[in-house]
Design a binder for this molecule. Structure first.
Ligand code: PLP
Length: 502
């Protein structure tokens, strides 16, 4: 026994960062990985290798997922490059313009190494000492950038899904307390809760429905409001729905305004919605997962005016802030709102700690163990600087406007949002005189072929039942020339597929 305890040359000591061997291994490992990644990215402007799903699955199924004796990191990295990295979606490609999926900033990637190495856990102060206050500083900064009142507060989240869920959770519990005097945290939902309703536009994110389901209200609780010609929630329709709900004795407790819809990037009328919410005594949650980045913009900041009147806000940083996944925040206009999710555990966050200035962020989160994701944003904002952030974001919005005008002028194309609000353009190859059925098929084939050939990754979506293509122009390295090439390619493919169908 004694012999084992005194042994200093454990086979695994080089796997940990408390000894010289470990430090050497650390530095070598990072170099090996860095080389594999730059090999993949250098000279590779293609968004994807083009392999079919079953080809990738078959290749990977030949690899054992574990090794009994362990292998060198070098050997594993060779395999990693060949079977995983090379067949990954290349988010750094200027032609990777499908989803709200961004290239990552170098300072943020460097921060990921710090996050993984320090491994702070943001639940209790004694697991995240300095990190706690970095996150708190950033939350304060975000609240002030948004223009929220003094008593505002917030927390980093895994993304928009969690933030939307939290907004509706707090809204539900605040309403139950105010309206029925019921403490949902302690006693669960009252029977009358089946009357609760959430209002949002038909273009709102699907996580509003998912949240309603998870919050015990059912998807039936979500009332969708028609959008206007610009894909924004129509206030007339909202007022109409409110009257209907009142007549039926139903109880709307939250309006979800979307600040940047997933397809069109359109922004609901925030001032009018805040008026409507205030007048009816209901909670306004603004889902600014996408559009929240406009707080950094110079030219387009006014687009999100009114966001400061929200009761709660979702912002994602793994979209237009160019952060590695996952990174998001949830903000509230009044820190007291977090009371609905507080729970004091003796081992983790006892109440008496607060008197000693120990801040336990678990009090504001639905997660317990939580990553120090705030650091990525902190390093990015400092290294890149706010001026450059504004320039990058504004460039992508200018580009989207230019692209929409260009496609609109092209013969044989239709663009749905001729004046994009943010940086998404929805359009389709639409040769004259062809049936919707054929045009739908052609656009599907074009989208698949672009990806298979590695020329471009565009998303496809549906609008009023018809198939459309979507460019989400998040990447400030995408130039108009890239887009022109893609449009030429679409035309060539479209003509080819059309001939094959005829
Ligand atoms: C992306 C998105 C979400 C979901 O966010 P995740 O970060 O993917 O969880 C919610 N709402 C909108 C408007 C989004 O664009």
């Amino acid at each position: 026994m004694i012999e084992t305890i005194n042994k200093t040359d454990f086979a695994y000591s080089q796997m940990f960062l408390n000894n010289e061997e470990g430090f050497n291994n650390y530095s070598q490992s990072l170099k090996i990985i860095e080389k594999k990644l730059t090999n993949f990215l250098k000279g590779n402007h293609s968004p994807y290798s083009g392999k079919k799903p079953y080809e990738i699955e078959a290749r990977l199924s030949g690899l054992p997922p574990a090794s009994l004796k362990g292998e060198t990191l070098e050997a594993v990295a060779d395999e990693l490059a060949e079977f995983v990295i090379n067949d990954s979606i290349n988010v750094h490609s200027p032609a990777c313009i499908g989803h709200l999926h961004c290239p990552t900033l170098i300072p943020a990637v460097a921060a990921e190494m710090v996050i993984g190495t320090l491994n702070q856990s943001m639940d209790s102060w004694d697991q995240s000492s300095a990190a706690t206050f970095v996150e708190e500083r950033l939350i304060d900064w975000l609240c002030s950038q948004v223009g929220l009142p003094e008593q505002a507060d917030g927390i980093f989240t895994s993304g928009g899904t969690q933030s939307n869920y939290m907004g509706l959770l707090l809204a539900r519990d605040a309403f139950c307390k105010k309206f029925w005097g019921v403490d949902v945290q302690q006693h669960g939902l009252p029977v009358e809760a089946n009357k609760l309703r959430i209002l949002c536009s038909e273009a709102a994110h699907f996580t509003v429905r998912k949240s309603a389901a998870q919050l015990g209200l059912g998807e039936q609780a979500v009332i969708t409001i028609k959008t206007d010609a610009n894909h924004r929630l129509s206030i007339d329709e909202l007022n109409h729905q409110m009257l209907l709900l009142e007549k039926q004795g139903l109880l709307p407790f939250a309006i979800v305004a979307t600040c940047g819809t997933t397809d069109f990037g359109s922004i609901d009328p925030l001032h009018e919605l805040s008026e409507a919410a205030r007048k009816n005594g209901i909670w306004l949650h603004v889902d600014a997962a996408y559009g929240g980045a406009m707080i950094l913009s110079k030219d387009y900041k006014d687009l999100i005016s009114g966001i400061e009147r929200a009761d709660s806000i979702t912002v994602d940083f793994h979209k237009l802030f160019y952060q590695p996944i996952s990174c998001g925040a949830f903000l509230v206009s009044d820190s007291n709102s977090f009371q609905y999710i507080q729970h004091h555990a003796d081992y983790l966050n006892p109440q008496e700690d607060e008197a000693e200035g120990m801040v336990h962020l678990v009090n504001k989160s639905v997660q317990t163990t939580r990553r120090f994701d705030a650091l990525k944003l902190w390093m990015s904002l400092k290294v890149v600087g706010l001026e450059t952030f504004a320039e990058m974001i504004d460039y992508t919005c200018h580009l989207a406007r230019e692209v929409a005008v260009k496609i609109d002028k092209e013969e044989g194309f239709t663009v749905l949002n001729k004046a994009p609000e943010l940086n998404a353009v929805v359009f389709r190859y639409n040769p004259e005189g062809e049936s919707d059925q054929l045009v739908n098929l052609l656009n599907k084939q074009i989208q698949q072929e672009l990806l298979k050939s590695g020329r471009a990754f565009l998303a496809k979506t549906r609008f009023e039942g018809q198939v459309y293509l979507k460019m989400t122009l998040l990447n400030p390295m995408t130039r108009i020339e890239h887009i022109e090439d893609i449009l030429d390619e679409i035309r060539v493919l479209g003509e080819m597929f059309k001939m094959m169908e005829e």
